[in-house]
Design a protein. Structure first.
Length: 148
């Protein structure tokens, strides 16, 4: 399983906003600090704003900030929101499934179980957990300030 760039960028953006909650961050600044596509990040930010994870402040000194405390942003919820499809294999999508052995295949059960386990782990963590460790916090902050 591989998460999309949309989810990857969403998690990176959210971590930066959690690291620096008192600062409004522009798309351009975040893209520059992470060395990622500004256009792609704009789409990611739009998704996160629409889903209530991020707040967009308009105006000359506007930017992005978390819409709620990092402790209340669940990682599983972010991944479910930002992933277009959690279809691990073709047979998971009944509308497009063309696999001939799907009705008799034993693969679906274990893959369903694995996906459930993946989300069970993510459900245990909030955005705050990703930046709560002081050493991790300092190191991320240092790496992101060098990227400016």
């Amino acid at each position: 399983m591989r998460l999309t760039l949309h989810t990857d960028f969403a998690l990176r953006l959210l971590m930066l906003l959690a690291l620096e909650p008192d600062t409004l961050h522009t798309i351009e600044e975040v893209a520059t600090r992470y060395h990622i596509s500004k256009n792609h990040l704009m789409k990611v930010a739009q998704t996160l704003v629409q889903k209530g994870f991020v707040e967009s402040v308009r105006g000359r000194s506007g930017g992005l900030r978390l819409a709620k405390p990092a402790e209340r942003i669940n990682l599983a919820a972010v991944v479910r929101t930002t992933e277009d499809s959690l279809t691990l294999v073709e047979c998971f999508d009944r509308e497009t499934n063309t696999c001939l052995v799907a009705p008799a295949c034993g693969l679906r059960g274990p893959l369903d179980e694995a996906l459930a386990a993946f989300f069970a782990v993510l459900n245990k963590y909030s955005l705050a957990d990703l930046v709560a460790n002081p050493a991790t916090y300092r190191r991320m902050e240092r790496l992101l300030s060098v990227a400016r």
